[in-house]
Structures are given as C-alpha cells and as structure tokens.
Design a protein around this ligand. Structure first.
Ligand code: 5GP
Length: 176
C-alpha cells in the first residue's frame, strides 16, 4: 500500500470476528433489557461498531461522537476537541461507549466527563484494543477485545494519516 511502511499482521479478520462474538455475549448479558445507546467514537470505531451491533439480537440504539486528539502524528496531543456531539439525547440513557483503542486514556476520560455532565444514567466502555502500558488517565475498560503491546497499529478502522482504515485485519506499522 505504502512502500515506506511495513505491515506486520497482528490479528486476522477471523480472530477479530470470533472475539467480537464473545464480547457481544457479555454485552447481551448486561444490556438485553436496557436498550443501550451505543456511542461510537469516530472515526476509528466505525468498522468495529458495525460488526459488533450485528452480533446483538436485542434492541439497541446507535449514535456517534467525534473527537480529535492526535492530529496527524502517532502521539496524542494531550488535548481533546469535541468535533461533533451525538444527535441523540444522552440524558437518562445507559450509554455504551465504543472505541477502537484506548491508549493514554485521555480521549476516553474526556468523553466520560462530557457524558456525565449531560446526566447519563450510566456509562460503560467497550474497546476493541487496549494498550495499558501507555495509560496516563485511569480508565476502566468494561468490555475489552484484545490487549496490544506498545506499538502503533492500523487496519479495521484504525488509521495512520487516514490510510489503512480499510484493511480487514489489524497490523503493526513498522518503519517510516
Ligand atoms: P488516547 O486518548 O487513549 O491516547 O487515544 C485514543 C485514540 O488515539 C484512539 O481512538 C485512536 O484514534 C488513537 N490511537 C491510539 N493508539 C493508536 C494506534 O496504535 N493506532 C492508531 N491507528 N490509532 C491509535
């Protein structure tokens, strides 16, 4: 795709699909009678959210929140900006935040604060990937797909300068 980067496969689409089935079973156990508002964090979570909701056979609602923290690099700027809030009213709702990856935790922490200020009934977090070694904010991941090492990963919705989101699996990006 880009000759300056080498992609080293980490999780295949089959591995991701089977882990998502397990996560869906956990989510069903907790939310089957609560019609959660599943809130995807754009853009990275769009593939994960689409696959996850199709494994849920009970009523859910969907919306998106869009934030920016990284700019064009691989390091968080430490500042999060709300680019677009959900259209749905979140007040009184059981919100399940759906993220591609929790790294420093700064993004999640910001969104949690924003949601709580809006008066949600509850907020839990479902993250496909978790990089706990990089944490700078304490963030509880209630439903976790995979723990990943401190490497920059792409694919399955995750980008590097907007590239690679379309890859069906997840790879480590090596080199510059
Ligand atoms: P945090 O605020 O937890 O440091 O970062 C959250 C966001 O940073 C994620 O939603 C994602 O967009 C981006 N991010 C963190 N680590 C990675 C990574 O390894 N690969 C990619 N593509 N994005 C990452």
């Amino acid at each position: 795709m880009d000759s300056t980067h080498r992609l080293v496969p980490l999780f295949t689409s089959q591995q991701i699909a089977s882990r998502i089935s397990e996560l869906a079973a956990e989510i069903k156990r907790d939310y089957h009678d609560r019609c959660p508002l599943m809130l995807g964090v754009l853009k990275g979570s769009f593939v994960f959210l689409a696959d996850l909701v199709r494994q849920l056979d009970f009523p859910v609602e969907l919306d998106f929140i869009r934030v920016a923290s990284y700019g064009a690099g691989q390091e968080t700027s430490g500042r999060v900006k709300l680019l677009s809030e959900p259209v749905a009213a979140v007040e009184g709702r059981h919100v399940l935040l759906v993220e591609d990856i929790v790294d420093s935790g700064i993004t999640t922490d910001f969104i949690n604060g924003w949601l709580k200020a809006k008066g949600t009934a509850s907020v839990k977090l479902c993250a496909l990937l978790d990089k706990p070694s990089r944490r700078r904010r304490e963030v509880g991941v209630d439903y976790r797909g995979f723990v990943v090492p401190d490497r920059f990963v792409v694919g399955y919705g995750l980008d590097m300068d907007e590239k690679y989101r379309n890859l069906p699996g997840i790879s480590v990006l090596n080199g510059e």
